[in-house]
Design a binder for this molecule. Sequence first.
Ligand code: CMP
Length: 150
Amino acid sequence: MAIQRTLTILKPDAYRAGNMGNIIALIEESGFKIVHALLFKFTEKSARQFYQVHDGKDFFAGLLEFTVSDKVLAMVLEKENAIADFRKLMGATDPAKADPGTIRAKFGTALPKNAVHGSDSEANARKEITYIFGEFASIPSTEKNHAKEY
Ligand code: CMP
């Protein structure tokens, strides 16, 4: 299994509830290394672009409103099999359907307030990391010439 990078975003509901520290602890205890982090607020334009695959769905307007409602913490996580493993740790999109112990079961409330986002494929991880942190940030440290640089 290869070392991969994935993008997570700790969402406005997690920020407002003061849950970021507890979520980060779970992420680190599960073996993910945080290699980039940025606390920021989405604008309507950047939220629209980030979630463009959902444009046209009935929940899109509500998702945008929620996404811009407060600060978020975007992090690039590195680990063996990071993309699938993070989706397991995160749980199902709907907190009501997420397995006990997952981040969304513990810290999500009701859609769209599900506490965290995680990339769903290698192609999307690269695209999402590049959008927020630049292309260099999406390359695992094992594939870089300068192995000690993140
Ligand atoms: P995320 O994994 O960040 O990807 C898209 C987001 O849209 C999702 O988490 C939820 O926050 C939100 N979402 C997905 N499905 C629904 C839905 N049926 N109703 C409301 N919000 C949704």
